[in-house]
Write a protein that binds this ligand. Structure first.
Ligand code: AHR
Length: 494
């Protein structure tokens, strides 16, 4: 029997809704086809945005979207993407497949997409190949409501009101595709660029994010925090779960054995070490935790689907991805005192996508279902919880059998999310509350074979079902959790 202890009398940090954020880059079929099809498309759309995709994202309660990259961000010149579409520059997308980027999706279109989804905006600026002036003018263009050259230009382009920019990233991966900088150099550049990310709002503030480390580059975090920690609201972290031995052999998204399943989950758990160690460095410079750790790229990265463009990073998504999502989201909840936002890569048709499209068809991936099952954690308060786990796995790739987190929403309802990572064993779980007695419980389950996935011919192979096996017994909640499954419970206490 696995006992899950919950102490509602010990509320912890707020789980920012932005932890459930996503990322959309000009990469492959994410923006074009996946989100934006243009007003003249036969695919039903509103101002060019696919209605099916927007509706699914609203249903998932997507809270925030990052754009335009990724590596694309440090080569993006925002003025190419404004004004009459026929006059917009056609450029080469050098990072992603060398395809033509016609800039038909630019600042106004991104803002329109976020308006339709009802989510916050996270814009990533260009440090690698852009100037301070260019970045500063983009901020003025988007956010200044008075009279100025850039605000006037925005108005000429059809948008009278200033837009809301909630988050602004000052460069992306500047240790790599964003300019191959050393941390000392980037930290100084960050201080300079961010100076001109002016705050024109009277009633709100743009949250400024500095480029953080690549995975376990602790020296980057230490140096950037030391030199520039006082000038930022957030510091990013990028870590991808890559099961293969190197980037040339990442492994297939759908063809894998049990050993590779456990290797993948073991690598996903590396996120826990990263949160602890980067968090500990940040604590030294920022003990009051004013600077958020922003995990703005995470998720699985496999070999592309056979016979697709290698530069498009299109991959399928199985129950294994659902497990990776559950592990990470529970970890982010548990570290929500420091993790203030996370953005899985990427929204549609790229890497660990929540949605895949093919022409007019759309499907929801197992990862989508996990995000939807976890959505009640958004803006809830993390509760103290712990579960007795066993170690499972193969060879050196060991992991705990169960992962969980628990939160309380403003209306008092409690959300429990738990995943059984074992491929073989069902576990009985008893949830015990230190205060209060459960009076009502409802649930949802996602389960299937480790490689189960949805296709355009069979889009509902993996889907959620009501979970009615949770029973109220002796003041606790008892249920069995089947192998390779995620359960979310909604509990009210008396
Ligand atoms: O998400 C794909 C790429 O991965 C991003 O463009 C980049 O930031 C990272 O290396």
């Amino acid at each position: 029997m696995a006992k899950l202890y919950v102490n509602p009398g010990n509320p912890k940090s707020k789980i920012n809704k932005e932890i459930y954020g996503n990322f959309s880059e000009h990469l492959g079929r994410c923006i074009y086809e996946g989100l934006f099809v243009g007003e003249d498309s036969p695919i039903p759309n509103t101002n060019g945005m696919r209605n099916d995709v927007v509706n699914a994202l609203r249903e998932m309660k997507l809270p925030v979207l990052r754009w335009p990259g990724g590596c694309f961000a440090d080569e993006y010149h925002w003025m190419d993407g404004i004004g009459p579409k026929e006059k917009r520059k056609k450029i080469v997308n050098t990072h992603w497949g060398g395809v033509v980027e016609d800039n038909s999706f630019g600042t106004h279109e991104f803002m329109e997409l976020c308006r339709q989804i009802g989510c916050e905006t996270y814009i990533n600026g260009n440090v690698g190949s852009g100037t301070v002036r260019e970045m500063s003018e983009w901020v003025e263009y988007m956010t200044f409501s008075g009279v100025s050259p850039m605000a006037d230009l925005r108005k000429e382009n059809g948008h009278e009101e200033a837009y809301t920019v909630n988050y602004f990233g000052v460069g992306n991966e500047n240790w790599g595709c964003g300019g191959n900088m050393r941390p000392e150099y980037y930290a100084d550049e960050y201080r300079r660029y961010q100076t001109y990310v002016r705050n024109y709002y009277k009633d709100k503030k743009i949250y400024k994010i500095a480029c953080g480390p690549n995975s376990n580059d602790y020296n980057w975090t230490d140096t950037v925090m030391k030199i520039a920690g006082n000038y930022m609201d957030g510091l990013s972290l990028h870590y991808y779960t890559v099961p293969g031995k190197d980037w040339e052999h990442k492994g297939s998204a759908t063809q894998f054995d049990k050993a590779e399943y456990y290797t993948t989950l073991h690598k996903a758990y590396f996120m826990e070490e990263l949160l602890h160690r980067h968090g500990a460095i940040m604590d030294r410079y920022d003990p009051k935790k004013k600077v958020g750790l922003i995990v703005d790229e995470w998720g699985t990265w496999f070999d592309v689907e056979p016979s697709t463009n290698p530069g498009f990073l299109y991959q399928q998504n199985t129950m294994r991805d659902a497990m990776v999502a559950a592990i990470n989201l529970n970890l982010f909840n548990k570290h929500s005192d420091r993790v203030k936002m996370a953005n899985i890569a990427q929204l549609v048709n790229v890497l660990q996508a929540v949605i895949l499209t093919e022409g007019e068809k759309m499907l929801l991936t197992p990862t989508y279902h996990v995000f939807k099952m976890f959505r009640d954690h958004q803006d809830a308060t993390l509760l103290d919880s712990s579960i007795a786990t066993e170690t499972i796995g193969m060879d050196k790739d060991l992991i705990p059998n169960l992962t969980e987190s628990v939160s309380r929403a403003a209306d008092g309802s409690i959300t429990v999310t738990i995943a059984n990572l074992s491929l073989d064993d069902t576990y009985p779980v008893e949830t015990v509350f230190a205060e209060g007695t459960p009076e009502c419980v409802t649930g949802t389950i996602l389960t299937g074979a480790m490689d189960a996935h949805n296709t355009f011919d069979a889009p509902e192979t993996v889907k959620t079902a009501d979970f009615s096996d949770a029973k109220l017994e002796n003041g606790a909640i008892s249920f069995n959790i089947p192998p390779c499954s995620v359960i979310s419970l909604k509990v009210t206490l008396k």
